[in-house]
Design a protein. Structure first.
Length: 83
């Protein structure tokens, strides 16, 4: 497991799974921006909240699939978490 910082708190994710692409600092900044925006829209302040962790995982999954636009990452994560 590796720690990834999305927002202000490190989160644990398996970044070495076969589907992981390389995330450079710019990618991580975009993912962090998407995460922060999603938390604001959901009214979540506690990054250890299971809902915040679920949003972080969704953002990482969409980024693994190739999405890098922060607004789109946020929208996709919110849409998926509403299901």
């Amino acid at each position: 497991m590796r720690h990834v910082v999305l927002g202000a708190t490190p989160c644990q994710f398996d970044l070495f799974s076969p589907t992981v692409t390389h995330f450079d600092p710019e990618d991580i900044a975009k993912m962090s921006a998407a995460f922060e925006a999603a938390l604001r829209k959901l009214g979540l302040a506690d990054r250890s909240d299971p809902a915040a962790m679920a949003v972080a995982k969704l953002i990482i999954e969409f980024a693994k699939a190739g999405e890098r636009d922060p607004e789109r990452l946020c929208a996709l994560a919110l849409q998926q978490s509403a299901k």
